[in-house]
Design a protein around this ligand. Structure first.
Ligand SMILES: [Zn+2]
Ligand SMILES: [Zn+2]
Length: 162
């Protein structure tokens, strides 16, 4: 009897530990999955989009750890796994980023690429960071203004184009 009571309290402790460990595991996985599934396969033809979506679906999609070389501009600007052409080139030449063929692009590349990329990374961090970032933006705006050479010059121009 008394030993049973002891068991009960012990199992309670274990249960708690298990819950924590499980949560951690789940959290780590969900972030990765979320990242992969939230990936927008833009700048791709129907075929390549299908291939990448398949990879994501079956957990075969591996993101790049560092940018790859674009076959068009030879810059390390390819940020998406399996792509061979960077987005600016793909956009300009109207080529599929993955196979490099002149195909119909299913999801057009948006102009705010870098912003989206940053937002994705920021999701891993806290919302605090995002708040701080918007403050930074304001700061840099101010700096731009102050950096406009002389204030007098600015004043002069004020009567003009502004
Ligand atoms: Zn390029
Ligand atoms: Zn393609």
């Amino acid at each position: 009897m008394s030993s049973q009571k002891g068991n009960v309290s012990r199992s309670r402790g274990q249960k708690h530990q298990n819950a924590v460990a499980f949560k951690n595991d789940k959290h780590g996985a969900s972030v990765q999955v979320k990242k992969a599934t939230s990936k927008v396969h833009d700048g791709l033809c129907q075929h390549c989009k299908g291939v990448l979506e398949w990879k994501v679906k079956y957990n075969k999609y591996k993101s790049l750890s560092q940018p790859k070389k674009c076959v068009k501009c030879s810059q390390k600007t390819v940020k998406d796994a399996y792509h061979i052409i960077c987005k600016p080139c793909s956009l300009q030449l109207e080529l599929c980023s993955k196979c490099g063929k002149k195909e119909d692009i299913v999801v057009p590349i948006k102009s705010c690429l870098d912003k989206r990329e940053q937002e994705e990374e920021e999701e891993d961090k806290k919302e605090h960071k995002r708040e701080k970032k918007s403050l930074d933006d304001l700061d840099s705006d101010d700096e731009d203004f102050a950096g406009c050479d002389d204030e007098e010059d600015d004043f002069d121009r004020d009567s003009g184009p502004k």
